[in-house]
Write a protein that binds this ligand. Structure first.
Ligand code: ATP
Ligand code: MG
Length: 398
């Protein structure tokens, strides 16, 4: 039984020795499976070392086993494992020697604190020389609980006890926790996230992590507007999102000169479209430098004036790489729910000054056209200003 229960059964006084990870989607990947598994293994090691744990990860029977140091805070591990892309389910297991009598005694003690619900024993034997097969182990252990008054239900048990027979030990575990699934970060190439300080763009980036992408971030800021607040907020978002991928970069691009220049020649109604075209051209420079294969934004059709389909076409047309918009068909509530789910919401709602609101019209253009924007852009040497902004970007590694 897979649980999202925040308080699963952790018996007092019986420490867990191992955390185990299943990676179901990877199983579908046929011959490429070792490639995906190697990356997941690396990411697990990295995450454990960031927690200060033991970073040797073993792989066996389509599972990854992570030894837990004595006194490990299980909640830290649960938090971590539920957020690593590629982890489908995970569990915490007790490790015992190859001794069935000891296993029976242990199971009896463990089960003593639990509700006597319909149960099943599920054994998997990867170590074939073990003197009993899985059916025999299921029967022997099942009999222990039946004697204690537990009803058996092999088809739809409310609690399953799993036994894995490994070469050097037996693992016993029950609760399975749900991970976020998907593919391990690093298995699908890199994208550049256009990250604002709002709710949407961090969720969009997070969704691409789940498809195995690495993410480099670009944020445009107007240094005259609450520079410190913006920096703190953007750094917090990136640090949070970054926790489970290898080090990556954030480009903090100064936008003040460009905005001033744009305000001087571009009608207020069209400024937002132009700001965003400029953002994409600078992001393209970042993508070239970072060898990225696409962009990701938090756009959703019609959410605000800059996101009408016509405006999006006019904005995205300056990008030379595909623009991925995982939120494109969602409404705000759906995005908010995802932001809560992924834990970005609380940071996203901190107050900050959004550079995009600088000198805009009350009724912005919603039918932006590429030809018209090209005409507007001819008024000034934007390329030089874009190059300078890119050159002056502060690059921070997380
Ligand atoms: P959120 O603020 O996350 O996206 P929003 O609804 O406020 O969503 P807009 O401000 O219109 O959306 O911006 C749309 C998209 O443009 C953002 O999702 C983001 O990808 C990009 N963007 C906007 N402002 C910035 C910025 N200052 N730096 C980088 N990207 C930005
Ligand atoms: Mg925004």
């Amino acid at each position: 039984m897979v649980t999202n229960d925040p308080q699963p059964f952790f018996p007092d006084g019986e420490p867990f020795h191992i955390a185990g990870v299943h990676s179901a989607e990877l199983i579908l990947k046929g011959k490429n499976r070792p490639f995906f598994e190697k990356i997941l293994m690396k990411n697990l090691r990295l995450a454990i070392s960031r927690l200060g744990g033991i970073s040797e990860v073993q792989q066996t029977m389509g599972k990854f086993l992570l030894p837990l140091a004595p006194g490990t805070a299980l909640d830290d591990y649960r938090h971590m494992l539920s957020r690593i892309p590629g982890v489908e389910t995970f569990f915490f297991a007790h490790r015992l020697p190859h001794d069935l009598a000891q296993l029976k005694t242990f199971l009896r003690r463990l089960a003593a604190g639990m509700d006597k619900v319909p149960f099943a024993i599920r054994t998997r034997r990867s170590y074939k020389p073990f003197p009993m097969n899985s059916v025999e182990i299921n029967r022997e252990l099942g009999a222990v609980l039946v004697a204690e008054g537990w009803p058996v239900d092999l088809n739809r048990p409310q609690r399953a006890f799993h036994v894995d027979v490994l070469k050097d030990s037996l693992l016993l575990y029950s609760d399975l926790f749900r991970g976020c699934g998907g593919l391990p970060v690093g298995s699908s190439g890199k994208v550049v996230s256009l990250l604002s300080g709002g709710i949407d763009s961090p969720v969009a980036a997070r969704l691409l992590y789940n498809r195995g992408c690495r993410v480099t971030y670009v944020h445009y800021h107007n240094q005259t507007m609450d520079a410190c607040g913006v920096r703190n907020k953007i750094h917090r978002i990136v640090a949070f999102l970054q926790a489970y991928q290898p080090p990556s970069r954030l480009y903090m691009v100064p936008f003040q000169h460009l905005q001033k220049a744009i305000v001087s020649f571009c009608p207020a109604r069209e400024r937002m479209i132009l700001y965003r075209r400029v953002m994409f051209r600078i992001a393209q420079r970042v993508a070239d430098k970072e060898d990225a294969l696409g962009f990701v934004t938090g756009d959703s059709i019609g959410q605000v004036a800059s996101q009408t389909l016509e405006n999006l076409r006019t904005i995205y047309s300056v990008a030379r790489l595909p623009v991925f918009t995982p939120l494109i068909g969602m409404n705000k509530q759906q995005v908010v729910d995802l932001a809560r789910h992924y834990g970005t919401y609380d940071i996203s709602i901190l107050p900050y000054s959004d550079c995009c609101t600088f000198m805009l019209a009350r009724r912005p253009e919603t039918h932006g056209r590429v030809e018209r924007m090209r005409e507007v852009e001819e008024n000034i040497d934007l390329e030089t200003l874009e190059q300078e902004a890119f050159h002056d970007a502060e690059i921070i590694t997380f």
